[in-house]
Design a protein around this ligand. Structure first.
Ligand code: COA
Length: 321
């Protein structure tokens, strides 16, 4: 038994921000950003929230599947940038789309979040607890980024993607693997509200993304090929058997490095980061939706998904679409 993606959708904020607009705010250039990252523009919220984007993406996934919100049993929202500590984004989505029967909660595994949520849904279905799940990756990272830090503000974008998965007897999710290394947490971090109570006053207010870009880069290029090979081995497959590698959209050079290490032509690594930037947990489902709408993804294809990021966390899975 496994799970199969039966519906997919995405939602991006209306406002598009180009590299040139960023170059008006910090000392950088369109040329530098394109060359080092592959990013040309990204969508930035002017009011859209993690919950509103996730709900829009979920409604599109349901519509595409021809299914009703009332029949959804589980809603998982992967996010590291919720507006509210309470209630969680998934409960807000449940209310917005009218999925009254569903159990709903959030998962935070940063840029690996969507994959970890997909694997969690698989586990619930495999255990016989639920037969379907709506899984969204949704981020409004623009509020976590220091817009005066040129090392990070150029990278990220806002958006959401969602899939509806259902129990299936053949095909679907064939294998997965996931890893976390908390010892490297300092490499990519973001503060939250500091301890403040009658006994303690906050020492400092550090609430923006801090990153050692080179460390993240080398982690991804070294670890992801191994993680993908591990997932493929579990499915008794090799990279040659894979039609498409849909990877977390962090940096074009990272994806090129991973393709090279796997010995796979870059044409099998579709990208949309030039138009959306790094949308963290939303990146994989946003790209999947785009590829599906363009007819590039078709039933029966073997597809590898892989996500990596803060934690440090990473994962990969093999699916038969
Ligand atoms: N514009 C112009 N110059 C910039 C710049 C910018 N936006 N950002 C950094 N620089 C400068 C640095 O200050 C440095 O200058 P110096 O040599 O005078 O000190 C120089 O460019 C090189 O910096 P470095 O950090 O070594 O560049 P890089 O080639 O590693 O590229 C990243 C930086 C962030 C693009 C790259 O490390 C990266 O993409 N890492 C992965 C980040 C990521 O994907 N994070 C999310 C993972 S989920």
């Amino acid at each position: 038994m496994s799970i199969r993606i039966v519906g997919i959708g995405s939602a991006l904020p209306e406002k598009k921000m180009t590299n040139n607009e960023i170059a008006e705010m910090v000392e950088t250039s369109d040329e530098w950003i394109r060359e080092r990252t592959g990013i040309v523009s990204r969508h930035v919220s002017t009011g859209e929230t993690v919950a509103s984007l996730a709900a829009d993406a979920c409604l599109r996934a349901l519509e595409q599947a021809g299914k009703r919100a009332e029949d959804v049993e589980l809603i998982l929202v992967a996010t590291c940038s919720p507006e509210e500590a309470l209630p969680c984004g998934a409960c807000q989505v449940q209310e917005k789309i009218g999925a009254s029967k569903a159990v709903a909660f959030d998962i935070n595994a940063a840029c690996a979040g969507f994959l970890f949520a997909l694997h969690t849904a698989w586990a619930y279905v495999e255990a016989g607890i639920y037969e379907n799940a709506l899984i969204a990756g949704s981020e409004v990272l623009s509020k976590l980024v220091d817009w005066s830090d040129r090392g990070t503000c150029i990278l990220f974008g806002d958006g959401a993607g969602a899939v509806l998965v259902e129990k299936c007897d053949t095909g679907g999710l064939m294998s997965f693997t996931q890893h976390s290394d908390g010892r490297k947490g300092f490499v990519l971090s973001c503060g939250n509200r500091q301890l403040s109570n009658p006994f303690v006053r906050p020492m400092h207010e550090e609430k923006y993304v801090q990153m050692d870009g080179r460390e993240v880069f080398s982690f991804a290029v070294k670890q992801i090929p191994l993680t993908i090979e591990e997932a493929l081995k579990k499915a008794n497959l090799t990279p040659e058997n894979v039609d498409l590698f849909v990877l977390h959209q962090a940096n074009k050079r990272i994806i090129e490095g991973i393709a090279k290490r796997l010995g796979v032509d870059i044409s099998r690594f579709p990208m949309n980061l030039e138009r959306v930037g790094n949308t963290s947990s939303a990146a994989i489902p946003v790209l999947l939706d785009e590829l599906h709408r363009k007819g590039i993804i078709r039933r029966g294809q073997t597809i590898v998904l892989s996500g990596f990021g803060a934690g440090l966390s990473c994962g990969a899975c093999v699916i038969e679409w």
